[in-house]
Write a protein that binds this ligand. Structure first.
Ligand code: NDP
Length: 337
């Protein structure tokens, strides 16, 4: 049983030596337990936070812990009355080949899922995050302008497409021409701006001629600086993530922009609200599952994933995720279906 463990805590961006591959025996299930084989492992930005020791909404991993992560698994041996060999389940087994479970926290995925890995993306945690953050906090209305960054990732792509379903003018922000083309041509956004372009703030302003009513915050940093002056009176800003800051060790150089933020919040009577999806909205999962599975089945929501082969390649892929090297939802195929 291979597992990837936290070898040391990163200072700034993680590097290969923060991870350690370990091999041990495959565990055997006791009475009331099942043995799960990981088929797909989800890689998500929040994992960076768990590698650090600082206080957060969830406790950090300890050194030598198996790296945390959502997984789609097959039951390989069941000694539990509710599960049989071959069942697909959504689990949180982390970065390893096999794990035991007594059924706590497992979600059955049904026998014949066409794309079981989609339960880690559009039909799972990131899709749920997009749905609740946008609809409950963002409150988008037809005709309003919605801006979302990390526009081709599983959260951003879903936010923008739900925004289009609600009749908004949707402007994405993404890293590079290919991602921007995808956001417009495949996801149906009205425009998408490359945040690496030198005139990015000017391009953003040009594509939001009526200002911004909803800004779905996924990245922070320079992107938020460009968005702030464009926000309209009564704008809503769901604060979902600040991935541009996850590897930061210090506050950025330059003038203190906190007074500007407070001044804008007051004068524009804006609402900014952070949320942690399962803590705040776990009780509303059924609403999401009902709407999203219907939209997805009807082809109204498109989904792109990038599948990396082999558990041993998870660290490199994860390091790249924090630099925008992924294009779509990043998933590791750990074993054959
Ligand atoms: P993505 O697959 O979109 O990956 C992160 C993306 O962020 C990268 O691909 C890159 O896209 C972008 N990015 C990275 N660094 C920078 C930077 N310096 N400036 C601008 N963009 C950058 O991730 P997810 O869709 O899974 O997650 C999106 C956000 O949602 C994250 O902040 C995540 O932490 C948050 N989240 C929050 C949850 C909650 O409960 N609050 C739950 C789930 C996710 P590009 O190349 O296009 O810039």
């Amino acid at each position: 049983n291979r597992s990837i463990r936290l070898a040391s805590r990163p200072h700034g961006a993680p590097s290969a030596d923060n991870f350690r591959l370990e091999t041990g025996p495959i565990p055997s299930p006791g009475n009331g337990e099942i043995l799960l084989r990981t088929v797909y492992l989800s890689l998500d930005p929040y994992m960076r936070g768990r590698m650090s020791a600082g206080p957060s909404y969830a406790p950090p991993m300890e050194i030598d812990d198996v790296m945390v992560g959502g997984t789609v698994c097959r039951v390989v041996e069941s000694r539990h009355p509710d599960y049989k060999d071959g069942d697909w389940v959504l689990s949180g087994n982390g970065w390893q080949d096999f794990a035991l479970s007594d059924g706590t926290g497992l979600l059955k995925l049904g026998a014949e899922m066409e794309h079981p890995s989609h339960a880690l993306g559009v039909l799972g945690m990131p899709g749920f995050t997009a749905y609740m953050g946008l609809l409950d906090i963002g409150q988008p209305k037809a005709g309003e302008t919605l801006v979302v960054a990390a526009a081709t990732g599983p959260v951003g792509a879903t936010v923008g497409q739900i925004g289009k379903l609600k009749g908004c003018h949707v402007v994405g922000i993404a890293g590079g021409a290919e991602k921007c083309r995808h956001a417009v041509e495949t996801l149906g956004f009205d425009a998408c701006i490359d945040h690496r372009a030198e005139d990015f703030p000017a391009q953003l302003a040009k594509n939001c001629p009526d200002g911004i009513d909803v800004y779905f915050e996924n990245v922070g940093g320079k992107v938020f600086d460009a968005v702030l002056p464009l926000l309209n009176t009564s704008a809503r800003v769901p604060v979902c993530g600040v991935v541009a800051q996850y590897n930061s060790t210090d506050l950025p150089d330059g003038p203190d922009r906190l007074p500007l933020l407070l001044d804008t919040l007051l004068k524009k009577r804006m609402r900014m609200q952070g949320f942690i999806i399962f803590n705040d909205y776990g009780h509303r999962y059924d609403e999401f599952a009902r709407d999203m599975s219907a939209w997805y089945a009807e082809g109204k929501i498109k989904y792109r994933e990038q599948i990396v082969q082999g558990l041993e390649n998870a660290p490199e892929a994860f390091i790249g995720l924090l630099e925008g090297k992924n294009f779509g939802k990043l998933v590791v195929q750990v074993s054959e279906a």
